[in-house]
Design a protein around this ligand. Structure first.
Ligand code: AMP
Ligand code: GLY
Length: 429
């Protein structure tokens, strides 16, 4: 199958890596195309230049390469309606319409849909001025949770005990054009990411994973796009996935269909397992990064079949998904200064050495080529080192052996990805 993947991150590299593996194993013969891609992706797919936010240009590229499936990875093109343009050109596309992607693009819209569908989530107030923000903060009390209503690349949420800081973030969000702020109740308990593949009607859950959003060990420091992930979650209650499908994903998909804006692609359900039960923290309209790197490493069913079935509205016909029993740990290597200011242009070494370790592969995100054609850093999150192992301890050990082989001046990573889970210290209140 000819497949075009839109995006530049380690998530898109993970998707291409899975599709390439199907071809390498002889299970399929794909012709892979990617845009804008990155140097890691370029080794596995034909690399094209396109503005990922320009639906007309993406649809034209899809027709030019004869794509039989287009996969739109990141949220910004989805919210901009790029999947609509591709679909209008008659090419099957994995990813929601711009209308359906509002589940991620507007937190207040997501709250409205959750309320209509009876989905359990944090209580929230949508505020349009500073007085309302202050009143909402005092109504809920600390810890304060303040969210920009719109897309903010993981930087729109502040969780703090400091009322002044909470107010200041609210005011900063309000200062954008049509700025709106969501102030909500604090949710205690461990977080889980569950990706639900949807075709507008049917929901097929993948395996749950956990993400590490803060930059430092022990969840210290500012939020990032995600510093690591692992699966499976041995500590999660039995029946969690079924509960989330029946109480969250299916009612949401049914409500979106009822509104005439059916959701297809990945509904990423971000959950907190709180003392008062399972609650939705957020919806995203795409695969999560870095959880995807670990989840896809365990998927044995060909990913192309899953995505094509979703794009064609045929998920109900899909055989049950098959998974490797191994554990998978992903550690993100970030450049100096991330997430405040990311240093770029430093040479990267050791990827081949890391990949020579059993069960380890390395995915690119913020990488580029220098004028001398040398691999250099070109962004905040530079690489994802992904390892499979017999259990979490084994996968962790391998992932960190891989990280140790990588050379990048000033780079940093968390050393505690999956550590508390390995030690059996994650508990649901
Ligand atoms: P979001 O962009 O909505 O995913 O939020 C980013 C992160 O902020 C989440 O992964 C949580 O760690 C934290 N967060 C968001 N909402 C809440 C909440 N209501 N209670 C506690 N933490 C939250
Ligand atoms: N892993 C968090 C995200 O993709 O938004």
């Amino acid at each position: 199958m000819k497949i075009l993947v839109i995006g530049t991150g380690a998530r898109e590299h993970a998707i291409i890596h899975s599709l390439h593996r199907e071809t390498a194993s002889g299970a399929a013969a794909h012709e892979l195309h990617a845009a804008p891609g990155n140097p890691g992706i370029a080794g596995l797919a034909t690399w094209h230049t396109v503005d990922p936010l320009d639906g007309t240009a993406v649809a034209a590229l899809a027709e030019e390469v004869g794509a039989e499936l287009v996969v739109v990875g990141p949220e910004a093109p989805l919210v901009a309606g790029v999947a609509d343009s591709v679909r209008a050109a008659g090419v099957p596309v994995f990813g929601p319409s711009g209308e359906a992607a509002r589940l991620e693009g507007s937190k207040s819209f997501a709250k409205e849909v959750m309320a209509a569908a009876g989905v359990p989530t944090a209580m929230a107030h949508v505020c349009t001025d500073a007085t309302e923000v202050a009143a909402a903060l005092d109504a809920f009390g600390p810890p304060y949770v303040v969210k920009d209503d719109g897309l903010a690349a993981g930087k729109g949420v502040v969780v703090t005990d400091d009322r002044e800081a909470a107010l200041a973030h609210g005011e900063a969000c309000l200062s954008h054009e049509n700025g709106r702020v969501v102030v909500e109740e604090y949710l205690d308990g461990p977080e889980v990411s569950l990706f639900c593949v949807c075709d507008g009607v049917t929901v097929v859950p993948l395996v749950p994973a956990q993400d590490f959003k803060r930059v430092g060990n022990d969840d210290e420091g500012p939020n990032t796009g995600g510093m690591g992930a692992y699966t499976p979650l041995g500590w999660a209650p039995a029946g969690l996935v079924d509960e989330v499908v029946s109480r969250v994903a299916q009612p949401t998909i049914d409500e979106m269909a009822r509104r005439g804006t059916p959701f297809s692609g990945v509904l990423y359900v971000g959950l907190a397992l709180t003392s008062r039960g399972t609650r939705v923290v957020e919806f995203n309209a795409r695969f999560g990064d870095p959880e995807t790197q670990s989840v896809l490493a365990r998927l044995m069913t060909p990913l192309s079949e899953v995505m094509l079935a979703a794009a064609r509205g045929r998920l109900a016909e899909l055989e049950p998904l098959r998974w490797r029993p191994e554990a998978s740990v992903t550690v993100v290597v970030a450049s100096e200064g991330y997430p405040e200011l990311a240093r770029s242009g430093d040479p990267i070494t050791g990827i081949e050495d890391a990949e020579s370790l059993p069960g380890v592969h390395v995915l690119h995100a913020g990488t580029g080529l220098s004028t001398a054609d040398e691999l250099v850093s070109a962004g905040g999150r530079v690489l994802s080192v992904v390892a499979l192992g017999t259990d979490l301890a084994d996968a962790r050990r391998r992932a960190y052996e891989g990280v140790a082989k990588i050379g990048l001046k000033g780079s940093h990573h968390r050393t505690d990805i999956a550590l508390r889970a390995e030690r059996g210290e994650v508990t649901v209140p």
